[in-house]
Design a protein around this ligand. Sequence first.
Ligand code: GDP
Length: 367
Amino acid sequence: MIEMPNCIGCGTTIQTEDKTAVGYAPPSSLEKDVVICQRCFRLKNYNEIQPVSLTDDDFLRILNGLGTQQGLIVKIVDIFDFNGSWLPGLHRFVGNNPVLLIANKADLLPKSVKPKKVINWLKREAKALGLQPVDVLLVSAHKGKGMAEAMEAIDAYRKGQNVYVVGCTNVGKSTFINRIIKQATGEGEVITTSHFPGTTLDMIEIPLDDGSALYDTPGIINHHQMAHHIDSSELKYIMPKKEIKPKVYQQNAGQTLFIGALARFDFIQGDRSAFTIHVANDLPIHRTKLEKADTLYAEHKGELLAPPTADFIDQLPPLVRHEFSIKEAKTDVVFSGLGWITVQHANVVVAAYAPKGVQVSIRPSLI
Ligand code: GDP
């Protein structure tokens, strides 16, 4: 049997039989020096995704194999979607291997955010979720910020062993690894990156100079991520592309703010207060009276309250209410994958609504 090559884009083994399965490439492509699967080809050239029949079990099976390897696990999370991008079962499949936690997309945070506060928050959250990372770093793989430190840390903690980079889809894992390859070898983009969740398939091996290797593992799809409830054509509105510009709203109790049709924030009780919204700059925010909010949402979601627009509003799970009694001034109410609202004053009661499954939590303000 001839050995099939691996796709240069996603690393999966090429096959030429089944057009609907992972790794399909037309037979003629085997004659080329480098082979790219049809899915990556389309993604690269037309920026469109083809669904493939790879299940969650397949992802878990591959990741489970990590427990039997020895090396440094580099876990990447999206700073903007911390809970949504967390891999809850990670400690079960890493065995005794050390974990380096890297939070990506730091460039989206407003300049006023203090990196040290972010790192402390990440450390607390990781611990609360059962993970004891050897270190926590904040980077922007896209801009290259913090990457030199990240590479130094990887080299120091791996102690001559292999490196396994894990993360759920869309955290920027491919961008991160491409950046490492580029800095190490001077080569350009090697691994496919895209706006769409779920583009990296089998493990890709990148040789390191001491005979060990860095492995890019497949991105796990976390189904409760906000991004999976949004049509790919509308993702660009909710995923910030640039540094977030905070917007301040002075509110009285009894007022409601809608972020598109994706989230709702009721100010229930407390003195007049300032609320600072940190979401993608182009997301429309709509202010109304609390008593009118239910009717407004029922009648105008998908239109006045958008995104999602009318074509996609039915895909959005119903909003779930989370009430918080906030004692401390400067508390963030975090909508995972969407952003956060800083409550500037103490002693207020608020209710935050997000689509079912999307986590809402509070933390001391990062600013
Ligand atoms: P993967 O699925 O984890 O491999 O993620 P990709 O590398 O394909 O990136 C997913 C999306 O996040 C793409 O739209 C990237 O442009 C974007 N992205 C990746 N890294 C960064 C970053 O550091 N900052 C920002 N703002 N976006 C990033």
